[in-house]
Ligand binder design. Structure first.
Ligand code: PGA
Length: 253
């Protein structure tokens, strides 16, 4: 039986509300049949205002819907933010957190991302935590040190959390910042080393949690077969290529 991967489509803010609905409606049948016939897990992450209609549209199908960020607070006077509880209520099963674009735009600290992760788990929303180094850090061999810093508050917080429901499989997406939207992908040797290191860290520090490891950064139909050779990869976070159904289909197949 072939491996079941998780494909997370990060539509970012590339589409307006009506364009999002149009894309999802136009490809509804194809998306559902792609997920059904391949038995692969597909998650669509539109911008927040489109999560509710998409979750309604795809309910009772194998397609899931996710958000692109969440508040680190549960409720209160936090203008412009979206509570993890609301994401659960509108039907989001997943939420991307710590994407390099949100880290940069919103000056997100690793501790904030850890808080988001804990609240999402409390509301049964699977976090997809993005980690990754800059080009400069990559060139100076600091990748593992950067990832260690990014992960530390999350792993500590999880250790002090009494339960994480066993049906939740939180995800870590390794996204080298220099690969996002650039067409540059690290060589298989580097990715293999980083993902094996991540798997070891997670099982050592949070042995009770089963994690999924994703790769993100310029994933295309042309390079995905090579990436699937990396044993530790359980799925992909896909930006640009996920906006074109034909390209997404080739990646999933
Ligand atoms: P990309 O984006 O596939 O366009 O590189 C990936 C991401 O930002 O999650």
């Amino acid at each position: 039986m072939s491996k079941q991967y998780l494909f997370v489509a990060n539509w970012k803010m590339n589409l307006s509300f009506s364009q999002t609905i149009e894309l999802a409606t136009k490809n509804y049948d194809s998306l559902v049949s792609l997920a059904t016939k391949t038995n692969q897990k597909i998650v669509l992450c539109p911008s927040t205002e489109s999560t509710y209609p998409l979750a309604q549209m795809f309910r009772q199908t194998p397609i899931s819907v996710g958000a692109q960020t969440a508040s680190r607070h549960t409720h209160g006077s936090f203008t412009g933010q979206v509570a993890p509880q609301s994401l659960q209520e509108v039907g989001c099963n997943y939420c991307i957190i710590g994407h390099s674009e949100t880290r940069k735009e919103h000056c997100e600290h690793n501790e904030y991302i850890a808080q988001k992760c804990m609240h999402l788990l409390d509301y049964d929303v699977t976090p997809v935590v993005c980690v990754g180094e800059s080009e400069q850090e990559h060139k100076s061999n600091k990748t593992l040190a950067v990832l260690e810093d990014q992960l530390a508050p999350i792993l500590d917080a999880l250790n002090s959390k009494s339960t994480v429901h066993s049906y939740l499989t939180p995800c870590i997406a390794y996204e080298p910042v220099w690969s996002i939207g650039t067409g540059k992908v690290a060589d298989v040797g580097h990715l293999d080393m980083v993902l094996s290191w991540l798997a070891e860290q997670l099982s050592q520090k949070n042995p009770k949690i089963s994690w999924k490891l994703l790769y993100g950064g310029s994933v295309t139909p042309e390079n995905v077969a090579n990436l699937k050779r990396i044993d530790k990869i359980d799925g992909f976070l896909i930006g640009k290529a996920s906006l074109d159904f034909q390209r997404l289909e080739k990646i999933v197949e």
